[in-house]
Design a binder for this molecule. Sequence first.
Ligand code: NAP
Length: 180
Amino acid sequence: MAMMSMIAVVAMAENRVIGDGRGLIWHIPNDLKRVKMLTMSCPLIMGRKTWASIGRPLPGRASIVMTRNKLWIADGAIAVPNLEAAIEAAQSWIENTAGSRPDIILFGGGEIYSQGLEYCHRVERTVIAKKLDGGADAAYFPELPQADWDIEIEAEVEATNDVPAYRYESAVRREPPRQF
Ligand SMILES: NC(=O)c1ccc[n+]([C@@H]2O[C@H](COP(=O)([O-])OP(=O)(O)OC[C@H]3O[C@@H](n4cnc5c(N)ncnc54)[C@H](OP(=O)(O)O)[C@@H]3O)[C@@H](O)[C@H]2O)c1
């Protein structure tokens, strides 16, 4: 079994807004394809609000859903009470699933990114090249300080009538992350 690592996958605006608390505030089909490619055959760790915004398990992946509500259940979701339990569930899904990849995906939203980022050695980030207002319940991705992260721009995509300009960035931690 290869070493497991944790990777955050996120799309955010220039001011780090990732959504309005209920869903995304943009629609970028190519980014959704990229998320699918980056996450396929991996366990996803997400918050209960992000699960609600998607509304179903994503095929070919485990949906590990963090909630403090001990009674919460949903078809196709693995409910867990905290981040440690989420990581354990992700590890055991990788070990017990044929064809799985050894990448645990930190899938959001804002609460889950801020708690899990210290375990991530890499962030795959789509940055929408403008500031967006997420409203009163806006969720945010944490800042990645230059001192701690080596950030490379992988591709830049120009705006069209339907979609604002955005870029793909890959950020790698300069020092190893917290071990799990
Ligand atoms: N752009 C992107 O890449 C991206 C990705 C994902 C999500 N999003 C957006 O982010 C927004 C949602 O983010 P959010 O921060 O509001 O919510 P969230 O992180 O998705 O979920 C928060 C919920 O997770 C549970 N939780 C958090 N910490 C926990 C812990 N330590 N132990 C157990 N459960 C815990 C709690 O559920 P209970 O209340 O049930 O206890 C909490 O209410 C939406 O707008 C969504 O569309 C964007």
